[in-house]
Ligand binder design. Structure first.
Ligand code: SF4
Length: 75
């Protein structure tokens, strides 16, 4: 699983860091950082999915694998 964090809309409540502390960290000013460039280890996916659902401003997005992206039609 790979995720993206939009820090421009994050309100810094820190819910994500409560659910998935291995993936999200909140600094002393309330800014959230994402560990591992958004790559989530399988054992941490459950907490990250909970954070994704509970984020009050929907700042966390799951990125789809490239192979799931629509392909260009060929003639
Ligand atoms: S739960 Fe959402 S709004 Fe709250 S700190 Fe995490 S990303 Fe930001």
């Amino acid at each position: 699983m790979k995720i993206k964090l939009d820090r421009t809309i994050c309100d810094g409540f820190g819910l994500c860091a409560v659910h998935a502390p291995e993936t999200f960290s909140v600094d002393e000013w309330g800014y959230v950082s994402l560990a591992g460039a958004g790559n989530v280890a399988p054992e941490h996916e459950r907490g990250v999915r909970r954070a994704l659902l509970d984020c009050p401003v929907h700042a966390i997005t799951e990125l789809q694998p490239v192979e799931d992206a629509p392909r260009e039609l060929t003639r």
